[in-house]
Design a protein around this ligand. Structure first.
Ligand code: FMN
Ligand code: SF4
Ligand code: SF4
Ligand code: SF4
Ligand code: FES
Length: 597
């Protein structure tokens, strides 16, 4: 690896790439070359830094200066001022929203202060396409240690003692799963990495694979050694092209260095990895459906037992682990189980990565020790609610989870506590909602998703999710009765109890939790034919307040169906029989004269 006096680290994560970070990189490369610094200054395309809201991110090392929202046109100033003259570009530093102070170093920013990055340790720090950079940060040391000084059972014991639990949603103890697979009869075994990541809004696994693919590869080899497998498969959705590209580069580099393939580290252990692309069906993230899909069959779940550890891929013992679960393995091996188990709560050890999204200021990827409260994540890290609005609820666990309200914001996050308050950890999607979000509509959104994603194998889920969705639609259309609400609840329990796999068993959770915490909103839709947030269009009734209307005509000009009448400087009126409730008049009126219910 060559040495450079300065590294310009530019985020090459999907979020920043969508805001032109590739052009930022190209500008840096061009200008650095023009100024004759190519031998001294290296441009590194990293993985996601986490603070996607402020992207594209550029970090200059060793100065440790963190620039945010860098556009291609800003690059010249960074080169001329910072790189050539050594003067930082103040206007591109992150500005703290309350005191308006500029902060140079990411560790001093509220977004990063409470984070602890174990699974994301290298994301934003290294070039994921260069194996030597991973090696420079202790990469493949854990594998070396395992293959030269530990027996498979010692590896398993270390992972068990660390208390690592599966980050894919179920929270099953990883060491125990490895032990079961190891002890299952048979000489051919498989290690599968579940990179299907189907939760809407979740992008934890994609970011790890884009930012640090070797951490997952190294962990799969360690896991393969522990369970007695020679082959690993990464099941990854085809919609993740960048993660696929970087994984392919990482696998071929690891092979070249003898870190994958025959006799790894000169030992008698051989292991290789291949990719299998998924078509983006949520149910294919369920481990048995995933195995069917890898075998080239329909992605439908199998009955359990037998579990994959007993009978998985082609009926051979198979261990399926999530991307983030794997990313935790190398540090556990290197730093020890006591170090890892000292982080977190009594039953949930280590950290958890969350994709923080929705109505929060700092949308991004955060990794916090288990036991951190939701309030800390939403307010201290997330910077509070967008636009000064009021917090209403947060959904964890994606379509399988539930809403959590203000009263539970101080609950320490771990697998057990989240279940106690009616939600679940899930894989790490965290969607924040404010007072403008209608909770019936939210539950309808999730039901539409699970209805579409149901594989159709069992009736309670196939028909049940459709009926649940229809009830919710009836409510948001203002056509439901209180009897419908009772039937909705009853059916929700039937779908939960009667479905074959986790998709159907958890699909009603968003309905039940929103009814529990926001029952009054359901009743307002049903009895008063009123959506308290105004989000449900069918129930919206736009009218014009004569007190405020100045007759500017702006609303009439934007109305797509010409149903607003009135002369200039006179009060305008909406013809309710023609109004299609598009809301354009509400947005156009600058005098707060258009009233939305
Ligand atoms: C409908 C459904 C979708 C799932 N999707 C994923 C997924 O995208 N990624 C994942 O790792 N686990 C997913 N799981 C959980 C897996 O079945 C399995 O428990 C997990 O991959 C095991 O890995 P872990 O023990 O490391 O968490 C899903 C489960 C269900 C029921
Ligand atoms: S619960 Fe739904 S997704 Fe699961 S097997 Fe039944 S139909 Fe398929
Ligand atoms: S835009 Fe507002 S103020 Fe202007 S005519 Fe319409 S309702 Fe009245
Ligand atoms: S909501 Fe749309 S259709 Fe109705 S009056 Fe306003 S602009 Fe016209
Ligand atoms: S993608 Fe750049 S910070 Fe997340």
């Amino acid at each position: 690896m060559s040495s450079f006096r300065m590294n310009v680290m530019v985020c090459g994560g999907t979020g920043c790439m969508a805001s032109d970070s590739n052009e930022v990189i190209q500008s840096f490369e061009k200008l650095i070359k023009e100024h004759g610094y190519s031998e001294e200054i290296q441009i590194v395309k990293t993985g996601c830094f986490g603070f996607c809201e402020q992207g594209p991110i550029v970090k200059i090392e060793p100065d440790n200066i963190f620039y945010v929202r860098v556009h291609p046109k800003d690059v010249e100033e960074i080169v001329k001022e910072h790189i050539i003259k050594g003067r930082k570009v103040e206007r591109l530093l992150y500005q703290e929203p309350i005191k308006r102070e500029r902060i140079e170093q990411h560790k001093k920013m509220p977004f990063y202060k409470k984070q602890l990055r174990i699974a994301l340790r290298n994301c934003g720090l290294i070039n994921p396409e260069d194996i030597y950079e991973y090696i420079a940060f202790e990469g493949y040391e854990a594998l070396g240690k395992v293959l030269t000084s530990m027996s498979p059972m010692e590896v398993i014991e270390t992972v068990k003692k660390a208390g690592l639990r599966g980050r894919g949603g179920g929270g099953f103890p990883t060491g125990l799963k490895w032990e079961y697979t190891r002890k299952s009869e048979g000489t051919t075994k498989y290690m599968i990495c579940n990179a299907d990541e189907g939760d809407p809004g979740a992008f934890m696994d994609r970011s790890i694979l884009e930012g640090d693919p070797h951490s997952v590869i190294e962990a799969m080899v360690i896991g393969g050694y522990a369970i007695g497998a020679q082959e690993g498969i990464v099941y990854i959705r085809a919609e993740y092209p960048l993660a696929i590209e970087r994984l392919n580069i990482a696998i071929s580099e690891a092979r070249k260095l003898g870190l994958l393939g025959e006799n790894i580290f000169g030992s008698d252990f051989s292991f290789d990895i291949r990719l299998k692309y998924g078509a983006g069906a949520f149910v294919c993230g369920e481990e048995t459906a995933l195995i069917n899909s890898v075998e080239g069959k329909r992605g439908e779940p199998r009955n359990k037992p037998p579990y994959p550890a007993q009978k998985g891929y082609w009926d051979r013992p198979t261990c399926v682990n999530n991307v983030e679960t794997f990313a935790n393995i190398p540090p556990i091996i290197l730093k020890g189980s006591e170090w890892f188990s000292s982080i977190g709560t009594e039953k949930s050890k280590g950290t958890k990565v969350f994709a923080l999204a929705g109505k929060v200021n700092n949308v991004g990827l955060v990794e916090v020790p288990m036991g951190t409260t939701l309030r800390e994540i939403i307010y201290d890290i997330g910077g509070g609610i967008l636009g000064g609005h009021k917090f209403k609820a947060v959904q964890t666990g994606g379509p399988s989870g539930g809403v959590i309200t203000e009263k539970d914001l101080d609950t320490p996050i771990d697998y057990e506590h989240l279940m106690e308050i009616g939600s679940m950890m899930g894989s790490g999607g965290m969607i924040v909602m404010d007072e403008t979000n209608c909770m019936v509509n939210i539950s309808k959104f999730y039901l539409e998703f699970t209805m579409d994603e149901s594989c159709g194998r069992c009736t309670p889920c196939r028909i049940g999710t459709k009926r649940l969705y229809e009830f919710l639609k009836k409510i948001t259309d203002g056509k439901a009765t209180m009897e419908d609400l009772d039937a909705l609840k009853q059916l929700a329990y039937m779908v939960k109890d009667g479905s074959l796999c986790g998709l159907g068993q958890t699909a009603p959770n968003p309905v039940l939790s929103t009814i529990k915490y926001f029952g009054d909103e359901y009743i307002a839709h049903i009895k008063d034919k009123h959506c308290p947030t105004g989000e449900c269009k069918a129930l919206a009734k736009y009218s014009i307040d004569p007190e405020n209307c100045v007759g500017c005509t702006a609303c009439a000009k934007v109305c797509p169906v010409d149903c607003i009448s009135g002369k200039v400087k006179e009060t305008h009126v909406i013809d309710q029989s023609k109004c299609i409730k598009c809301g354009a008049c509400f947005t156009a009126c600058k005098f707060n004269a258009v009233i939305k219910p």
